[in-house]
Design a protein around this ligand. Structure first.
Ligand SMILES: Nc1ncnc2c1ncn2[C@@H]1O[C@H](COP(=O)(O)OP(=O)(O)OP(=O)(O)O)[C@@H](O)[C@H]1O
Ligand SMILES: [Mg+2]
Length: 151
């Protein structure tokens, strides 16, 4: 069983990668699906706990830029003793801004949101409790390259 945590700027390709690689096997947990919830962090923790308790693997698809954001998730992986895996979407800011501009409707976020996330973004590290970490890069139209993460 796995608790997978995505880390990356808005429009770095996280949700697209989820659909390509995990939609069939893992439950999607994302604050983007809780826009009307008063306490998304609490709801998110609840969904993670329920899934892991029921034996389902989970992907947490948020920007998760700060060590604290990830610590709140990693603790549940430790409680349920599952593999804790991080995917770090390494993307240039300009590319994210450009992909964001191409999105339609609610999918598009204000540019300031991307700049705010850059300021908060700390790359993940094994010291946080991850069992495995991967880099993800966009290499071509809807093609991702996954490589191992050394730190
Ligand atoms: N490998 C790729 N090649 C080309 N375009 C891509 C690729 N991956 C995603 N995109 C496009 O970039 C935009 C952002 O992708 P996506 O929604 O997956 O990002 P995200 O990281 O989930 O963003 P957010 O954090 O805002 O939810 C989408 O319009 C998507 O179609
Ligand atoms: Mg997304």
């Amino acid at each position: 069983m796995e608790l997978i945590i995505f880390i990356g700027l808005q429009a770095s390709g996280k949700s697209t990668f989820f659909r390509q690689h995990f939609a069939e096997t893992h439950l999607l947990v994302s604050k983007d699906l809780m826009r009307n919830n008063k306490n998304p962090s609490r709801r998110q923790a609840q969904l993670i706990k329920e899934a892991l308790r029921a034996g389902r693997s989970v992907v947490v698809d948020n920007t998760n830029p700060k060590v604290e954001d990830r610590a709140a998730l990693i603790q549940w992986g430790q409680v349920y003793d599952v593999q804790i895996i991080g995917y770090y979407f390494k993307s240039q800011v300009e590319c994210c801004l450009e992909r964001n501009q191409q999105r339609l409707g609610k999918a598009r976020v204000p540019d300031v949101a991307i700049y705010a996330t850059i300021k908060k973004l700390t790359p993940p590290s094994y010291t946080e409790g991850f069992h495995q970490l991967f880099y993800v890069q966009i290499v071509a139209e809807f093609r991702f390259k996954v490589s191992s993460f050394l730190n």
